[in-house]
Write a protein that binds this ligand. Structure first.
Ligand code: PMP
Length: 416
C-alpha cells in the first residue's frame, strides 16, 4: 500500500470472508422497506392478471384503465397484427435459437427490416432484440476510443450504457441547451470523430428536443447525429417518423434508433440509416451478433404493425386530442405538469416528494387507473413523477373519467 493514500472504510468482515457485494444496495433496501412498512402498495410489483384491450386490464385484482403503458397507437390487439403473429408461430415455430449472423435470420426478420426501410424511406434497417440493445450496439460500435460523444444529460439509460461500452470520451450538456451543446462541440480536438446523441421526445417529462437547431449546430461542427425516436415513432410527424420529421431535419440525421415496445406494440429495437457503409454493422456490432434474434411471431407482428402505422394519420390526430384534453384538464385541476403545453403523448405530473407520489399512485390505482411512478435516479432533478402515457384507443369520455379519478385522488392525498 503506498503512503499517503487513504483507504475507504471497510465494514467488519471475518477472516476468510469477503465483503458482501450487496452492501451497496443497503440504502435502497432500507428506503423501500420503510415505504412498504407504511402499508403502501408496492408501485414496482404490479401484476396484470388479464389484459382486456390496449387501454384496460385487471391489475392486482381490479378493473383498471391503463394510462402508463407507452402503447401509444394501441396496436397490441390489432386483429391483423395478432393474425400475423399466430401464423408465424404456426409456420416458423416458437423461436430461432440463434444469432442473426448464424441461424437466426428468417424471412420475417428481412420483412421487418423492409417494413422499416419503407416506413422511414431510408436505405438500411437493422433489427435488434430490444431498443436497449439497439442503442447499446450502435453507439458502442460507431464511437470508440479516441472518438467523442456529445449528448444531452437527460439521455436514456441505454444511451449512457452504450457510451460506456464503447469507451469514447463522453461530453454531456444541459438538457435541450443549444448553446451549451455548441460550446462542447467547439472544444473537441480537430480531426476527432464526433457523434451527437439526442432524443426526439424525452420520456420523463414528455418534452421534445429542438432538433432543427441542434442538428444544424452538430452539422456545423462536422458531427454525425443519432436521434432516439422511441417515444415519437408512429405518432409525431406527418408519417409518424418522429420529431426529426416534424421539424424537417430527418434527411440530416445519420442514425435513427427506435423500439417496437411502444407504438409498434411488441418487443424489439432498430436502427435505420442512409450511411453507405451501414451494412458492415451486422458483422461488428456485438449486441447484434452475440445474442439470439427475435422470435418469428414477434417480427411478424412488428412488420404488420409498422405497415399499418404508415396509414395511421386519423389515429395520430385523435391521440393529439387526447394528449391536449388530459393536459388541459390536469392543469385546470391545479396539478403541476412537466411541460406548459402538451408536446407528446406523455403527460408528466410532478409530485412534491416520493412518499406523496407513492400515495397518489396507490390512490389512483384504487380509483381504477394505472400510471407510472418514476423517481430518481431515472428522473431529472430528483423529481418524483406520475407519468401518464396516452393511447389512440382512449376515448374522449375515458379521458374525462381519468380526470375525475385524478381530482378525487389528488384531493384525498392533499396534492391539490
Ligand atoms: N430509448 C428510450 C428513449 C426509451 O425510453 C427506451 C425504453 N423505455 C428505450 C430506448 C429502450 O427500448 P426497449 O424497451 O425496446 O428496450
Amino acid at each position: 500500500m503506498s503512503e499517503g493514500i487513504s483507504q475507504p472504510d471497510q465494514p467488519e468482515t471475518r477472516q476468510g470472508e469477503g465483503r458482501d457485494l450487496f452492501s451497496k444496495f443497503d440504502d435502497l433496501i432500507q428506503m423501500r422497506e420503510g415505504l412498504l412498512a407504511t402499508g403502501q402498495e408496492d408501485p414496482f410489483n404490479l401484476v396484470m392478471e388479464k389484459v382486456l384491450s390496449p387501454t384496460r386490464a385487471i391489475c392486482n385484482g381490479r378493473d383498471t384503465i391503463l394510462l402508463g403503458t407507452y402503447n401509444y397507437m394501441g396496436m397490441t390487439f390489432d386483429a391483423d397484427v395478432i393474425a400475423a403473429g399466430k401464423q408465424a408461430l404456426e409456420d416458423f415455430g416458437s423461436g430461432t435459437t440463434g444469432s442473426r449472423v448464424l441461424n437466426g435470420t428468417y424471412r420475417g426478420h428481412r420483412e421487418c427490416e423492409d417494413a422499416l426501410k419503407a416506413f422511414y424511406a431510408m436505405d438500411h434497417a437493422m433489427v435488434f432484440s430490444t431498443g436497449y440493445q439497439a442503442n447499446l450496439g450502435i453507439i458502442s460500435t460507431i464511437a470508440g476510443k479516441g472518438d467523442y460523444i456529445v449528448l444531452d444529460i437527460d439521455s436514456h439509460a441505454s444511451i449512457w450504457d452504450g457510451c460506456k461500452l464503447g469507451d469514447a470520451e463522453v461530453v454531456p450538456f444541459r438538457h435541450n441547451d443549444i448553446a451549451a451543446m455548441d460550446k462542447r462541440l467547439g472544444r473537441i480536438p480537430e480531426g476527432a470523430g464526433k457523434l451527437v446523441i439526442l432524443e426526439g421526445v424525452y420520456s420523463m417529462l414528455g418534452d421534445i428536443a429542438p432538433l432543427a437547431e441542434m442538428v444544424a449546430v452538430a452539422k456545423k461542427h462536422g458531427a454525425m447525429v443519432l436521434v432516439d425516436e422511441a417515444h415519437s415513432m408512429g405518432f409525431i410527424g406527418e408519417h409518424g417518423r418522429g420529431v426529426a420529421e416534424a421539424q424537417g431535419v430527418l434527411d440530416q440525421v445519420d442514425f435513427v434508433i427506435g423500439t417496437f415496445s411502444k407504438s409498434v406494440g411488441t418487443v424489439g429495437g432498430f436502427c435505420v440509416s442512409n450511411h453507405p457503409k451501414f451494412e458492415i454493422m451486422r458483422l461488428v456490432c456485438r449486441p447484434y451478433v452475440f445474442t439470439a434474434s427475435l422470435p418469428p411471431s414477434v417480427v411478424a407482428t412488428a412488420a404488420t404493425s409498422i405497415a399499418k402505422l404508415m396509414a395511421g394519420s386519423d389515429k395520430r390526430a385523435h391521440l393529439w386530442e387526447n394528449s391536449q384534453r388530459l393536459h388541459q384538464g390536469l392543469t385546470a385541476l391545479g396539478f403541476e405538469l412537466g411541460t406548459k403545453e402538451p408536446q407528446s403523448a406523455i403527460v408528466a405530473v410532478i409530485m412534491p416528494d416520493l412518499a406523496r407520489g407513492a400515495a397518489m399512485w396507490e390512490a389512483l390505482l384504487k380509483e381504477g387507473l394505472y400510471v407510472n411512478l418514476a423517481r430518481p435516479p431515472a428522473t431529472p432533478a430528483n423529481m418524483t413523477l406520475l407519468r401518464c402515457s396516452l393511447c389512440a384507443e382512449h376515448s374522449a369520455e375515458e379521458v374525462e373519467t381519468i380526470l375525475g379519478m385524478f381530482e378525487r385522488a389528488g384531493k384525498a392525498v392533499g396534492i391539490i
